[in-house]
Design a protein around this ligand. Structure first.
Ligand code: CUA
Length: 333
């Protein structure tokens, strides 16, 4: 009896200790178990059905195996029907039903809206993301390492790669899709609720694969329209002498050769577009939180933070100039 009671206490303790951890793991901005998109929800429902169904079948088979091992043969009648029913008919019926469901799901997940109001082109580059928004027939709006989406509207993502194979995955919103050089893959996405989500490259693509992440900001549709309109306007003039000095340093050092800032003379295409960088949640493809200090650290020590990336470490500036440049970039919102 004592063992039984200890066992029950142990079980309860495990549940108390484990349950919050398990539940916490289900939430979060990069979780396939916390669906915030139509496609992710479809995948999640199928995933749970497979998990629960698989668990029930596993327990049933283990129970039967135990019974068969312990019971006397004469207490296990109709052996042939067990073999035919459980070993042949049951798997054929369940797997066929599952296959039919999967075909339907795969079809649904790939259905593209005939004339999407918003197409977002995402190109994987070692190790960051180039993003272009096509809407209203106007010139595309460029961004990087962050995708801003309107809640509730169907969006078509067109993904490709500039170098090696990457994989685009925002678990909260949709399934993953390969980014292949010379080929465009299309992924329909409907983000259901506003929020901040996280995507991650899901295919090993070199030394800094692990530091190739991005943020997805889902805004209420009206706010998204305002955001897109703001992205089309040039940034305001620097509000303080320090910010002006920072902007001048940006051009003096030559940052504009690789980076673009919409509405200024900076139109480089090699590196991430920095228009509105101050509003992004993170820096360097999800590597650092976005603050003036981390922008300065990244400019000064990019090769230390993300070795082999194409961003050189600009450790030649004095501290004031570096800070001014970082402050100007952070002011671009
Ligand atoms: Cu890109 Cu892994």
């Amino acid at each position: 009896m004592a063992v039984g009671r200890t066992g029950r206490y142990l079980l309860r303790a495990c549940m108390l200790a484990g349950l919050p951890a398990v539940l916490a793991a289900c939430e979060g901005r990069q979780s396939a178990l916390d669906a915030a998109g139509a496609a992710a929800r479809d995948i999640l429902v199928t995933g749970w059905a497979l998990f629960v169904g698989g668990t029930v079948i596993f327990l049933a088979v283990m129970g039967l195996a135990l019974y068969a091992a312990l019971a006397r043969p004469e207490r296990f009648p109709g052996r042939l029907s067990w073999v035919v029913g459980g070993g042949l008919l049951f798997p054929v019926v369940t797997l066929t039903a599952l296959q039919i469901h999967e075909f339907g799901l795969a079809r649904r997940l790939a259905v593209l809206a005939p004339d999407p109001a918003l197409v977002v082109e995402v190109t994987g580059v070692m190790w960051w993301w180039d993003v272009r928004y096509h809407a209203d027939g106007a010139d595309p709006v460029r961004g990087a390492n962050e995708i801003v989406l309107p809640a509730g509207r169907p969006v078509e993502l067109r993904v490709t790669s500039a170098d090696v194979i990457h994989s685009f995955w925002v678990p909260s919103l949709a399934g993953k899709i390969d980014m292949i050089p010379g080929h465009v893959n299309r992924l329909p996405v409907v983000a259901e609720r506003p929020g901040l989500y996280r995507g991650q490259c899901a295919e090993y693509c070199g030394a800094q694969h692990a530091l190739m992440a991005f943020d997805v900001r889902v805004l209420p549709a009206g706010e998204f329209d305002a955001w897109l309109a703001a992205r089309r306007r040039p940034p305001p003039e620097p509000a303080t002498p320090e910010l002006a000095r920072g902007r001048d340093a940006f051009f003096a050092v030559g940052c504009h050769a690789c980076h673009a800032v919409h509405g200024t003379a900076a139109d480089g295409l090699v590196g991430p577009d920095l228009s509105g960088i101050g509003a992004r949640p993170s820096l360097a493809a999800g590597t650092l939180p976005n603050r003036v200090e981390t922008i300065a650290a990244w400019i000064q020590a990019a090769q230390h933070i993300k070795p082999e990336s194409r961003m050189p470490s600009f450790d030649v500036m004095d501290g004031d100039t570096l800070h001014a440049m970082a402050a100007w970039l952070e002011s671009l919102k």
